[in-house]
Design a protein around this ligand. Structure first.
Ligand code: NAD
Ligand code: IPM
Ligand code: MN
Length: 364
């Protein structure tokens, strides 16, 4: 467990109470290993992520992370040095980000309810602009040039696409995608994968994506393959969220569209994610989509539900689906009726009050 910075420790504290109770109810034994890394440690010792911490983390089955990012530390030091390093070192090449509107949450789009917002973003998590390839020429002069290169490997793209299609297949077990036309259904299609890129401009990188997409999709004849340019995707996520089932996209675009996705599901306080190593050769890491939220940190008003829903994804990953469902079910029950809400959801309750109320719904 890495509590991290800002609201990270506040929301993780509530998620750990859920962990304890769910583990008891489901008869799951676990050992919790807190690892102290983040902005405070960096300011205290100058260490961002010592090798010893990476070794300790590698020995775990899964990692729960609050958030990193500290107003007193220059941007990128902690984000790249902790979050991205762990995502890369542990081959967490999929960033899985469900976008689901719970009943009882008023979504931001008129006329669109929970039945319209149920998609999942598969964000490539190890490549693209994130790898840190680039540099400066003539830094600090009037002729300065900055270069930051997007890396897209055929193997890296293909494994991400396959994950998305496999996920669509798994979702078919929950019923078929409502957004399919009757003609699609007649053709035997059950689910949909939308690739989101910018093939009309990024004619090298996204040409590779496009060719890989076409090839991989042939192995999944029952899945409809759809393509959207990222700009149009942003528009359509707002205008017609019901048109999306599984989205697969690049690291950078996935970062951006999942903050938009967070708003579709009621805000940053509800958006969960998992950095997944599908082969389980190293631990996967679960964290809310939101950051350290310095504007509300220390006030005890951060919404803990995103961290709890990330914990639910963690249980899914280790095969304890009932535990995951129990947490999602409790969030659903909490939100379905009037009760404690943090300010981001229009309430006036604290993080701890929402956390305590959630515990009461776990035992349903
Ligand atoms: P942010 O997600 O921290 O905050 C954006 C807005 O959402 C803020 O107004 C904040 O108050 C609100 N918000 C976030 N989490 C909330 C919660 N649980 N409950 C209620 N409201 C919540 O994004 P930012 O302000 O751009 O970034 C702050 C710092 O966090 C930066 O240092 C950034 O690099 C870092 N960051 C870290 C992660 C991560 O650790 N995974 C993710 C994003 C940003
Ligand atoms: C996220 C965050 C990170 C990202 C940052 C903090 C490196 O915004 O998890 O969405 O860009 O991936
Ligand atoms: Mn982000």
């Amino acid at each position: 467990m890495i509590a991290g910075d800002g609201v990270g420790p506040e929301v993780v504290a509530e998620a750990l109470k859920v962990l304890e109770q769910v583990a008891r109810l489901e008869g799951i034994e676990y050992a919790l290993h807190p690892v102290d890394i983040g902005g405070e440690r960096y300011l205290r010792t100058g260490e961002v992520l010592p090798d010893s911490a990476v070794r300790e983390l590698r020995e775990q089955d899964v990692i729960l992370l609050g958030a990193v990012g500290h107003p007193g530390v220059p941007p990128g030091v902690l984000e790249k040095g902790i979050l991205l390093k762990l995502r890369f070192d542990f081959h967490q090449y999929v960033n899985l980000r469900p976008v689901r509107l719970f009943p009882g949450i008023e979504g931001p789009i008129r006329g669109k309810g929970p039945e319209d917002v149920d998609m999942v973003v598969v964000r490539e998590n190890n490549e693209d602009l994130y790898v840190g390839a680039g540099g400066f020429l003539r830094k600090g002069t009037a002729e300065e040039v900055a270069i930051q290169t997007s890396i897209n490997s055929r193997a890296g793209v293909e494994r991400t696409l396959r994950y998305a299609f496999d996920l669509a297949r798994r979702r078919a077990a929950e019923g078929s995608f409502r957004g399919l036309s009757s003609a699609d259904r007649d053709r035997g299609l059950v689910r949909q994968v939308t690739m989101v890129a910018k093939t009309n401009v990024l004619t090298y990188a996204h040409d590779l994506w496009n060719r890989a997409f076409e090839e991989v999709s042939r192995d999944y004849p029952e899945i409809r393959s759809d393509y959207q340019h990222v700009d149009a995707c942003c528009m359509r996520m707002v205008v017609a969220p019901e048109k999306f089932d599984v989205i697969v996209t690049t690291n950078m675009f996935g970062d951006i569209i999942t903050d938009l996705g967070a708003v579709l599901q009621g805000g940053m306080g509800l958006a969960a994610s998992g950095n997944i190593n599908p082969e389980k050769t190293a631990p996967s890491m679960f964290e809310p989509v939101h950051g350290s939220a310095p504007d509300i940190a220390g006030k005890g008003v951060a919404n803990p539900l995103a961290a709890m829903l990330s914990l639910a994804m963690m249980f899914d990953h280790i095969g304890h689906h009932r535990a995951g469902d129990r947490i999602r079910g409790a969030v659903r029950l909490l939100l379905a009726q009037p009760g404690p809400r943090t300010p981001d959801l229009g309430g006036s309750n604290s993080t701890a009050e929402v956390g305590a109320a959630l515990l009461g719904f776990l035992d349903f």
